[in-house]
Design a protein around this ligand. Structure first.
Ligand code: HEM
Length: 243
């Protein structure tokens, strides 16, 4: 009988990465759509903002709820990234070996893994900046405040890069998760894989379009709204949200 103890740690870490990835993936799917409410109207984005501040529950706004939520997402984000970092050296060596074999075959899943690594690296920096701002300045979110940040605090280019990275990373991640947990093992694995791949690509395109249009709208508001007072007094007391 083999008395050797099985090390359960790698399996646990793997499961933790899958769970945190799933939470973050679903979060981003909701996030881009809710924050895209700006495309409907300023009013709608404002309503979504105060909903997260508990207005429809408490009758008053508590921006601290947003800080708490952002901090929770930040913890999940860090755990997810830390586990991924731990796996890089191993996977990188394996992929180098694999690359030798697949060279010339254009193995798509290898390319997907490389995209995951690159976009994850980009998100690690930009995502952290964004999350820190959301934790520190939860009351400066809204159609006018967010547009101010996008244009006058120069977050626009960072958001665009973050959008491209996070959308690709999230949907490739969810696709790989579905593959890993056997969702593609129908009667015909090849057909179901192709379908999932098509779904993944379509969602990437749709979400990048929604995110880009939203960003364009925030940029438009940022440039056309008169923020003279805010810039003059550099004051947080002035309600940037008033419209
Ligand atoms: C609870 C945590 C979060 C909150 C409260 C939040 C909130 C917001 C808000 C209000 C905006 C609009 C611009 C602004 O006000 O600065 C925004 C934009 C954005 N956020 Fe977040 N965010 C959170 C987490 C994340 C995470 C974890 C990511 C990805 C790593 C992310 C990616 C983005 C992107 C890409 C944009 C620009 C979207 C576009 O193109 O329209 N956010 N976020």
């Amino acid at each position: 009988m083999n008395n050797k103890k099985i090390d359960k740690m790698p399996a646990r870490l793997d499961l933790t990465q899958s769970i945190t990835g799933l939470i973050l993936g679903l979060f981003i799917m909701g996030h881009i759509l809710l924050e895209g409410s700006i495309l409907i109207s300023n009013e709608m984005m404002y309503k979504v903002t105060i909903m997260f501040e508990g207005y429809y529950f408490f009758g008053e706004t508590y921006p601290g709820i947003v800080s708490f939520l952002a901090a929770a997402i930040f913890v999940i984000f860090i755990v997810h990234a830390a586990i991924a970092l731990r796996k890089i050296p191993d996977n990188y060596r394996q992929h180098k070996i694999m690359k030798k074999h697949v060279l010339g075959m254009k193995h798509e899943d290898t390319s997907l893994w490389i995209i995951q690594l690159t976009t994850g690296f980009i998100m690690f920096f930009i995502g952290s900046v964004h999350l820190y701002i959301m934790i520190a300045e939860p009351s400066n979110i809204g159609p006018l405040a967010s547009s101010f940040r996008v244009v006058h605090e120069h977050m626009g280019p960072l958001y665009f890069l973050l959008l491209l990275s996070v959308v690709s990373h999230a949907f490739i991640g969810l696709y790989r998760l579905a593959m890993k947990w056997g969702f593609m093992e129908g009667k015909n694995t090849k057909v179901s894989r192709a379908r999932f791949k098509l779904l993944m690509r379509s969602l990437v395109v749709v979400y990048i379009l929604v995110g880009s249009f939203s960003l364009a709208k925030y940029t438009y508001i940022g440039y056309t709204h008169d923020y003279t007072d805010v810039k003059k007094y550099k004051s947080k007391i002035i309600d940037l949200r008033a419209h």
